[in-house]
Design a protein. Structure first.
Length: 426
């Protein structure tokens, strides 16, 4: 099956092309023609007629044509921080999130989600760290109560790391599960007055070294500037959250320090909103483009009261200043939500995160890149995150121009996952 999207605006993961003809060829992006110039194709003869209409001599024969006038074609969105359980990957795909990067899960539950992602085309694709490495009784063990585990459908608890031998064994166990990267936690709860055991610099370094020796990227859960620097000194490749305890006055100084490391940061302002009780996230429920697609389960998570999660009380505004300062300092910031079945919500939450990044001073194109090409590049996902010939046809077609109005990502017309078209809901 070859489908031509004709005369469509394209954000290709890095830049915007005002008008192009794009062919979806099976599970791949085939020809991309700009201004009549073919810049790549996978196969096919030149020229085609459908119903007596000449489609053009740049794209080869096609089976179907979509008029792209007034629309924008984007790479499928990538949420760089999620926790995927039953039903979550399907909800993500509904909103054009074609890949989720899972940042802590339990092995039996993760195995089921991996099977779904591998065998079905109606759910988002998945990469995962499996379990997070944390100290005994450290974050997030305090929130993984019996009730939470029961709701998730398991009694499996986290493995923890108390010494260097356990650290090496932890990494070996994750490698046996086939993880895509490693996640560690450095969080003593101090940002909100809690006192939690946390990995120290030495154990963090052992985990990072073992992860790197196995060829894995290492992402660190940290929520304060001090914890972030401990993780980066230990060699972590990225931070799972924007730090929440640095005010605007110090934001530039901290960003300059982070820039000295070859590392990235995942945003998750949506998560920080949720755990600090900020009601701003409810704007999703007031947007009919979102509310009409959102499951009742997801809608029920709004207004949930969060407890036992460390976060600075001024986390949202501080994280916004951090996002702006890091951008100015040249530090890559990836769009992520930290979505769970309990909130923030899968799929829709990433559209809110993009809005929050623009409210922090980013351009719409910068925010879109953070949810597509930049994330794909930094996580080694070389087959996606761009609109280019030969890559996976993970694509999102929307009405309007999200490169000038970021909320246009919500006006979803079509979603393709591996070339399989998911039709717009009625």
């Amino acid at each position: 099956m070859r489908t031509l999207i004709r005369g469509v605006r394209v954000f290709d993961g890095e830049r915007t092309v005002p008008a192009a003809d794009v062919v979806i060829d099976g599970d791949r992006i085939g020809t991309v023609a700009i201004g009549g110039d073919r810049i790549g194709e996978t196969a096919g003869n030149v020229g085609v007629e459908i119903g007596g209409e000449r489609i053009g001599a740049t794209v080869g024969p096609v089976d179907a044509v979509i008029d792209g006038a007034g629309k924008t074609l984007l790479p499928g969105l990538i949420d760089a921080h999620t926790h995927a359980f039953e039903g979550d990957l399907a909800e993500a795909l509904t909103f054009g999130v074609t890949t989720e990067l899972d940042m802590n899960n339990l092995p039996p539950l993760l195995a089921a989600q991996r099977r779904q992602a591998a065998e079905r085309d109606d759910v988002a694709d998945l990469r995962s760290s499996s379990m997070i490495a944390t100290a005994p009784n450290g974050h997030p063990t305090q929130i993984m109560t019996a009730d939470v585990l029961k709701a998730l459908g398991t009694d499996r608890t986290l493995d923890t790391v108390g010494d260097s031998g356990e650290a090496k064994a932890f990494v070996e166990a994750r490698l046996a599960e086939g993880v895509d990267y490693l996640k560690i936690a450095i969080d003593d709860g101090g940002s909100s007055g809690m006192r939690l055991p946390a990995l120290g610099p030495d154990l963090a370094a052992v985990l990072v070294e073992a992860g790197h020796a196995a060829g894995l990227r290492v992402i660190a859960h940290t929520v304060t500037a001090r914890e972030a620097l401990i993780a980066l000194d230990a060699g972590a490749d990225g931070l799972a959250h924007l730090y929440s305890d640095v005010n605007e006055e110090r934001a530039g100084e901290m960003a300059a320090r982070i820039a000295a490391y070859d590392a990235f940061v995942i945003s998750t302002i949506t998560y920080i909103e949720a755990v600090t009780g900020d009601p701003n996230g409810r704007e999703l429920l007031r947007d009919p483009r979102i509310a009409a697609r959102m499951s009742e389960r997801s809608k029920a998570t709004f207004g949930r009261e969060w407890a036992d999660i460390p976060m600075h009380s001024q986390g949202v505004i501080n994280a916004s200043h951090a996002a702006a300062a890091l951008r100015r300092a040249g530090v890559p910031v990836l769009a992520g939500t930290d979505c769970t079945p309990f909130g923030p919500v899968h799929g829709a939450g990433l559209h809110h995160e993009l809005l929050l990044l623009t409210e922090a001073g980013w351009t719409a194109e910068q925010a879109l890149a953070a949810a597509t090409g930049t994330t794909a590049h930094l996580f080694g996902l070389t087959d996606r995150g761009r609109v280019a010939p030969g890559l996976r046809a993970d694509l999102l077609l929307v009405n309007g121009d999200p490169t000038t109005d970021i909320t246009a990502t919500r006006a979803i017309e079509e979603v393709w996952r591996g070339g399989v078209r998911r039709r717009r809901a009625a």
